[in-house]
Ligand binder design. Structure first.
Ligand code: DGL
Length: 270
């Protein structure tokens, strides 16, 4: 009954950590496509092809349900995958909707018409591909009216995190927050729309100031997955073993993952 968790690299570990704490009896198979990270600078066709290949690998590992713990893949590829590629007995879910449901104060799966919500000025920090897709604004428009979103493409940040260069990563966060604030001086809420960014959450919060509510996805996705599995228990696939797979250098990826999660993580070649 394994569930697959996919990201272009290490960022999805923030989601993996939360889902495995929330659902300790479910085995999770994590796949990082580190060889091809970052996705955020690729075009939509490229992200689609890579995400389909990774999803198939997770199906082969016994995961009928795959979570794209990657906003770039969720934004650039998920809709196309769901519309024309995913077979009837498999599911692929993204990480956008739980976040937007939280921001717009909705219960899981509440499909009522869009309405006014408490927040009106929202900063979105994401990869260039996610910002370009406008998927966040599209999903938000289904649920809320009158929300002003200013998006900041955080070029370079995923590379710095993947390389473990946290000094560069901090400098980039501060300069991207400055750039955002020049466009929107007083955001009420900030969305960390890339699963790598929670690894820098304290720096984002510090740069934005204590009055800004910072939303990140890990716990929201964990709650929504728990709810989904109660409603769809048949979607736990036949896999029984938790494991970490990477298309990159398993030793290097294991060392960085261990540093980020502060517990030993051993990746195997995918
Ligand atoms: N963690 C991915 C996301 O949530 C990173 C994308 C990338 O590889 O650039 O968007």
């Amino acid at each position: 009954m394994a569930v697959g968790v996919f990201d272009s690299g290490l960022g999805g570990l923030t989601v993996l950590d939360a889902v495995s704490k929330r659902l300790p009896d479910v085995p999770f198979v994590y796949l990082g496509d580190n060889k091809h990270a970052p996705y955020g600078v690729r075009d939509a066709d490229d992200v689609y092809t890579l995400t389909c290949a990774a999803t198939e690998r997770l199906w082969d590992a016994g995961c009928d349900l795959v979570i794209l713990a990657c906003n770039t893949a969720s934004a650039a590829a998920l809709r196309r995958m769901q519309e024309s590629w995913v077979p009837r007995d498999k599911r692929v879910l993204g990480v956008f909707v739980p976040l937007i449901e939280a921001l717009t104060e909705r219960q899981w799966g509440d499909n009522s018409p869009p309405r006014e919500v408490a927040v009106q000025h929202v900063a979105l920090f994401a990869t260039p591909a996610t910002v370009r897709s406008r998927a966040f604004q599209r999903e938000l428009a289904f649920r809320a009216i009158g929300v002003d979103v200013e998006a900041q493409a955080c070029g370079g940040l995923v590379d710095a995190i993947e390389d473990g260069d946290m000094i560069l990563a901090e400098a980039l966060v501060r300069s991207h927050v400055d750039a955002l604030k020049r466009k929107m001086p007083n955001p009420q809420a900030a969305i960390l729309g890339c699963t790598h960014y929670p690894l820098m959450q304290e720096i984002f919060q510090d740069a934005l100031g204590p009055e800004v509510a910072v939303y990140s996805q890990a716990n929201l996705v964990a709650e929504s997955l728990a709810d989904y599995l109660v409603r769809h228990p048949d979607m736990k696939g036949p896999g029984t073993e938790s494991m970490f797979l990477t298309t990159g250098d398993a030793k290097r990826v294991s060392d960085h993952a261990t540093q980020f999660l502060r517990r030993r993580i051993d990746f195997k070649a995918a």
